[in-house]
Design a protein around this ligand. Structure first.
Ligand SMILES: [Fe+2]
Length: 290
């Protein structure tokens, strides 16, 4: 197995390994590379949904799947992300999933630690995922901003209907109703603005334009401009802390949601099919330790 780190050690490509039934030594080396580089692109894999589940389970308990409608028929903890529409007009998977910057499931009390995507079909154009290094963003913040946010909590919620910073996709059948229902039924969740990684001990900014709606015990007049300042590092056109991944079929990509935010970039035609299979490992509660 070869590990080729990207620039600044944020992200790495792994080649010459088969993840169908890897040894425990390989599993551990991959996890260490994941902690060191935050995201990994493991080339030339061909895992079916059950094999992907078996691989993902080596790193912890799989997260429950709330979008059961788009689960894979072979395993209910594999979520299909795809723009494919059946002849009857129903979607095969989640269309336009993750189109705004976020950390997976930060709206859960125990958010996702690892996300695994298996690239099954690649469109001829577009379909990339952007990643942003939130250790680097935290380090880049002015001292005064770090002091302002340390020990404070962001308010997170899953529903796009509650968030003026995002739009609901027109391409996803039933999305408006889905988010309206979610806004009614789901509680808000508080997460530390600065998150101490439970395994590396490093500090990362833990907010996103997609899920962070406000700051606990702070008026919006003060909180919203502060969030805009924090989000500007993520949405910065200079892309100083970023990596954009264009998938090849057979890429297995995994990343650490404790120190990365990501988004789908779209840019493919509706009939140019993209398909990814997603599995996620639930982590522990986020915390901040000075
Ligand atoms: Fe995501």
């Amino acid at each position: 197995m070869k590990i080729n780190p990207f620039a600044n050690d944020f992200g790495a490509e792994i080649t010459d390994v088969d993840l169908k039934d890897p040894s425990s030594e390989i599993t551990e080396r991959i996890y260490q590379a994941f902690l060191d580089h935050q995201m990994l692109v493991i080339r030339d894999q061909d895992l079916n949904p059950l094999e992907q589940v078996a691989f993902t389970e080596r790193y912890g308990t799989l997260e429950w799947q709330e979008n059961v409608k788009y689960a894979h028929p072979d395993h209910d903890k594999v979520l299909i992300l795809s723009n494919e529409i059946r002849p009857d007009g129903t979607a095969v998977g989640v269309v336009d999933a993750g189109d705004f910057w976020h950390s997976d499931s930060s709206h859960h009390e125990e958010p996702v630690k690892v996300t695994v995507l298996m690239s099954v079909r690649t469109p001829s154009k577009g379909g990339a995922t952007d990643f942003c290094d939130m250790y680097a963003v935290y380090n880049a913040l002015p001292e005064a901003t770090k002091q302002k946010i340390s020990g404070r909590y962001g308010i997170h919620h899953a529903s796009k209907a509650l968030n003026p910073r995002v739009k609901i996709s027109e391409n996803r059948p039933g999305a408006k109703e889905f988010y309206a229902k979610q806004a009614q039924e789901r509680p808000t969740v508080r997460q530390p603005l600065v998150r101490t990684h439970d395994e590396t001990g490093r500090q990362a900014l833990y907010v996103s334009p997609r899920f962070t709606l406000g700051i606990e015990d702070m008026d919006d007049a003060e909180a919203q401009p502060l969030l805009d300042e924090l989000f500007s590092y993520i949405t910065d056109e200079a892309r100083k802390y970023h990596y954009r991944h264009y998938y090849r079929t057979g890429d297995l990509v995994l990343w650490d949601n404790r120190c990365i935010v990501h988004r789908a970039t779209g840019g493919y035609a509706r009939d140019d099919i993209r398909r990814l299979h997603r599995t996620t490992v639930v982590g522990q509660r986020a915390f901040y330790k000075a």
